[in-house]
Design a protein around this ligand. Structure first.
Ligand code: GTP
Ligand code: MN
Ligand code: MN
Length: 372
């Protein structure tokens, strides 16, 4: 055992956007515990506490080895008293009583189940819980009015809860890519979100679409959606909500497809390897959440950076921009609040992620190291 005096404390920069964080996590037990507390706070509309736990977890994710001794944490940023207590509990006892009791609490379990329904947020879930609804069966029996998204979410609950694999994501890229090419041949489509960061599974599949000619992306989304709707509805339920577009695409496997339907689909998609991969994968239909975002080419770098994540990495980029640089960053633009001309700040152009990092005075962090 190492005694306290020999321990070299870890050291990491204060903002997650200054740190390289791959998917390799040497402190998964600790970060899982803190993430669960973050999730509980977020589900209880305590966003401040949620962010604090997320930041603490991100610091531990960035460490080069497992924490074995509290003194290694001396001087690390973002570790508040509450997070440190949880870490200490786990290092000493193997578990944190707070985490265990949260996990077992009826309220947390109900919030997780209900917000796991596509289209249900923490406020709706909270209202239902106060009306005595704690699970899907009670919701079904309650006669609550559900909107279209929630109805589909409830119907496809098990599918949507099941992680999407990289192979499924690539297959869906084939289909959406084909649709994009049909409505706008020059348009480009990029896989963003967790898959761009190297994750092998996701809760959804995120795509960013743009057109090399500024302005030609206008109207692309409605065309794309109606193209998909008209074809996909043959064999799939399709569901669209506002900003960003969410589509629930359900694939049916070769096992249960009729030959006729297969021919129809092959005729529509002229599919090659990719769509076939989906058909051969599962034994049945499944619903997958897809986020589609269209961006004008002038904003593409900002959209790409903004939709690649992780969520905390993005939040930290915006905090860095605001607090350290006097700038405002969004997934549309970077704005310098200091450069006043005619009482207005200045928009800063960028055509790549690298340029945006440079404008922010940050070392470029590639997508696979943005897993904060
Ligand atoms: P999994 O889907 O679970 O694999 O993780 P993910 O990292 O892909 O998460 P998610 O799909 O939720 O989000 C991907 C990126 O999109 C993250 O960087 C989010 O910050 C960003 N994002 C999600 N929703 C919105 C939104 O409504 N507006 C903007 N601007 N960005 C969003
Ligand atoms: Mn995603
Ligand atoms: Mn998403």
């Amino acid at each position: 055992a190492v005694n306290d005096s020999e321990v070299t404390p870890f050291s990491v920069p204060g903002y997650a956007c200054q740190r390289r964080c791959t998917l390799e996590n040497h402190n998964a037990v600790l970060t899982d515990a803190l993430s669960l507390l973050a999730e509980n706070a977020e589900l209880s509309d305590e966003d401040g506490r949620g962010v604090a736990f997320r930041r603490a977890a991100a610091v531990l994710k960035a460490l080069p080895s497992a924490v074995t001794n509290m003194s290694q944490l001396t001087g690390l940023p973002c570790l508040g008293g509450h997070s440190l207590r949880v870490i200490k509990d786990i290092l000493e006892n193997g578990t944190s009583s707070e985490v265990e009791s949260t996990k077992e609490s009826e309220r947390f379990k109900a919030l997780k189940v209900l917000t796991g329904i596509f289209g249900v947020g923490s406020k709706t879930a909270d209202r239902w819980i106060r009306e005595g609804i704690h699970n899907l069966q009670q919701l079904r029996d309650s006669g609550q009015t559900l909107n279209r998204a929630q109805q589909a979410g409830l119907e496809h609950y098990d599918d949507i809860k099941q992680p999407v694999s990289l192979a499924e994501a690539e297959a869906i890229r084939g289909i959406v890519g084909r649709a994009v090419a049909s409505v706008s041949p020059e348009a480009q489509i990029v896989l963003t979100g967790g898959f761009r960061r190297g994750k092998l599974t996701g809760h959804d599949v995120d795509f960013l679409i743009t057109h090399p000619e500024e302005g030609s992306e206008v109207g692309l989304m409605p065309k794309l959606v109606s193209w998909l709707e008209s074809r996909v509805s043959f064999y799939a339920a399709l569901l669209i909500s506002k900003q960003p577009k969410m589509i629930v695409v359900m694939f049916k496997s070769i096992v249960t497809f009729s030959k006729i339907l297969l021919n129809v689909i092959s005729g529509i998609f002229l599919y090659g390897q990719k769509f076939r991969a989906v058909l051969e994968m599962g034994g049945r239909w499944r619903a997958v959440r897809v986020d589609l975002v269209v961006s004008p080419i002038s904003q593409f770098a900002f959209a790409l950076l903004g939709w690649t994540g992780s969520k905390l990495f993005e939040r930290e980029l915006r905090r860095w921009a605001g607090h350290e640089k006097g700038m405002s960053l969004s997934s549309h633009a970077l704005y310098d609040n200091k450069q006043l001309s005619c009482l207005q700040g200045r928009y800063i152009r960028a055509s790549s992620e690298e340029e945006i990092f440079a404008h922010l005075g940050l070392e470029f962090i590639p997508p696979n190291e943005r897993n904060a």
